[in-house]
Design a protein around this ligand. Structure first.
Ligand SMILES: O=C(O)CCC(=O)C(=O)O
Length: 277
């Protein structure tokens, strides 16, 4: 990995590895998950499949923790290309804690802006994600949106999200000065982003294009605890690792103005963190 990728990750909180996986590999994974989704329900599905629902996200709900029962997901989660990039970005090999598949069919809602470590509670350090596009992703079908540099902010206090646009119901406020930017990607490109980076996505406004993504969540090597849902953590050779359980709640940052500049003050408290994102 080039020095400039690490510099960009340190500066912006994210970097895209273009073509890290081949288009054909991405195509095979796309077909694999469509077959799985159409043929049933699985242990960690977050909501059930309702084939006749008007809500596209009920017809194609996202899958989670597939690596616990699907060999193809486990192989991808621990793939040496992902491992090597993460190790170069973080300076040490991380631990894998979650896999997810977002189908995001035409007409479906996006996910409001959030920070992953609000959910994972990896401490000390944070978490990091590898988000691989399985379809071309752009503004029309709801590509990822990221707020460059927001990985340096603490975990912010959440507020209610607009659930007409987002399938999750909480979000974080972002001052006008820090607008989210779209990350356009092709199948096989992987977006790596820090656990405090504010990110999300808009609805898929197309009539006929899915925006599927395969996602791995990892925690930094120095982490000694993570929220219960993410246990067991795996070393990148696949062996499980014992960590402590992080509790919900805790301090959170609120925006305040200092000399006319938005600044985060740790004046808030989260009652309880949600189980998972
Ligand atoms: O794919 C999306 O729309 C959002 C994904 C996300 O927020 C995540 O992977 O943490």
């Amino acid at each position: 990995m080039s020095a400039s990728s690490k510099d960009r990750f340190d500066r912006d909180g994210y970097v895209v590895a273009r073509g890290l996986f081949g288009a054909a590999e991405a195509g095979r994974l796309r077909a694999h998950f469509m077959t799985l989704r159409r043929s049933g329900s699985y242990p960690d599905d977050l909501v059930g499949v309702q084939p006749r629902s008007r809500d596209p996200l009920r017809r194609y709900p996202r899958m989670a923790q597939m690596h616990r029962w699907d060999a193809a997901t486990l192989r991808w989660l621990l793939d040496e290309r992902v491992r090597d990039r993460l190790t170069a970005l973080l300076g040490a090999e991380p631990y894998a804690v979650q896999s997810m598949l977002y189908f995001k069919p035409p007409g479906s809602r996006g996910q409001a802006l959030h920070q992953d470590n609000f959910y994972l509670r990896a401490e000390p350090g944070s978490c990091v994600a590898a988000w691989m596009a399985l379809d071309p992703a752009d503004e029309a079908n709801g590509c990822m949106l990221v707020v460059p540099g927001s990985h340096r902010w603490p975990i912010l206090c959440t507020r209610k999200a607009d659930t007409r646009l987002s399938f999750t119901d909480v979000t974080v406020p972002v001052p006008d000065l820090h607008r989210p930017v779209p990350v356009r990607m092709d199948p096989g490109d992987v977006l790596f982003f820090h656990g405090s980076l504010v990110h999300g996505s808009s609805p898929n406004a197309t009539a006929d294009r899915f925006r599927r993504a395969l996602i791995g969540h990892y925690i930094h090597a120095e982490a000694r605890q993570v929220a219960e849902y993410y246990h067991p953590a795996l070393r990148m050779d696949g062996t499980p690792l014992r960590l402590d359980v992080s509790e919900g709640g805790g301090a959170c940052g609120e925006w305040a103005e200092r000399d006319g500049v938005p600044t985060v003050a740790m004046t808030g408290r989260h009652a309880v963190a949600r189980k998972h994102e």
